[in-house]
Design a protein around this ligand. Sequence first.
Ligand SMILES: Cc1cc2nc3c(=O)[nH]c(=O)nc-3n(C[C@H](O)[C@H](O)[C@H](O)COP(=O)(O)O)c2cc1C
Length: 350
Amino acid sequence: MSPLNTLFHSVDLGANLTLNNRIIMAPLTRSMADDDLVPTDAMAAYYGRRADAGLIISEATLVSQDGQGYPNTPGLYTQVQIDGWKKVTQRVHQNGGKIFAQIWHTGRVSHSIYHNGELPMAPSAVPIVGHGHVPRTENLEYETPRAMTLSEIKRVQHQFAVAAKNAIEAGFDGVEIHGANSYLIDEFLHWDSNRRVDEYGGTVENMARFLFEIIDQVKAVIPESKIGLRLSPQAYINLEHDERDKQVFDYLLPRLNQYDLAYVHTGMFADVPYEHLEGTVTQYIRKHYRGTVIASGGYSAESGAAAVKNGDADLIAIGRSFIANPDYVEKVKHDKALIEYDNDMLNELY
Ligand SMILES: Cc1cc2nc3c(=O)[nH]c(=O)nc-3n(C[C@H](O)[C@H](O)[C@H](O)COP(=O)(O)O)c2cc1C
């Protein structure tokens, strides 16, 4: 029996959702929505071509205009955007697939060009170290964001809930709350970006509060079994490391066991071992979290199958190879050669 067979058994993900296999298409920002941030027909075709993944997780999708940080990333906060997504979800379902929407706010990984000249919002008025170049702009640097007021915190949390409800209206099978990769939720979870002294900062409980209140609000409008969560305890993309960061995740991961979420998903580009985590990020999540775990970060079908077999993860998300190979699942199943990913492939939505 091929060692990959373990990936090709159907698996139940929460109530009433059975995946055809354990291969997940990772969320992949493509910046191809139209200028109203509405998904296009080309996006429907792109996702439809990948419907033989056990589950597609959509590219990060904005909960509000306030959350934008990249050009032409889709939203889920206007009726036209919801209607645009309907075409995508219908195509995926027609082709036998399942799809979750990844819901997102970039926080300080943004620029005033997206907010009519106003500074982007973040937990605290702390810039990204070294500022850095705003992607796809002519030499714009990240600015010092402004600290969110308490009423803005409540507003954004509510926007996550509305976007989740809109996702269901748009035909998605569920949502993934984007708590990873140095965007707004992750900024609350790290000491570098969260210097608040109110109930949203200063202690691990306070730093995790923003996330848990979002989960609570989302689960008030859609079933918990339709809510996934992506976390990256170790993805220092636009964040500085702080020794105390691990304590935040040591606190929050076991607390997630009180919920009945669809899954927790590792956000990493390379899921390699770290001494202070005593293993890979996925192994660290697995140690604390008893529900379904999706691994991601540099996996092949072989290493993914091995991770499932040895109990590190239940499902394996594949990112770049899915951009290069729309027929990834078919190729892996029949042992056909894969095309190697290349950054130039991002220019085209195939
Ligand atoms: C072009 C590109 C876009 C990405 N966009 C997102 C995104 O929208 N949301 C997210 O959580 N991760 C995003 N990621 C990270 C991927 O989901 C994934 O974790 C990463 O590519 C590692 O998996 P891989 O080695 O299989 O590609 C992106 C990665 C790439 C290469």
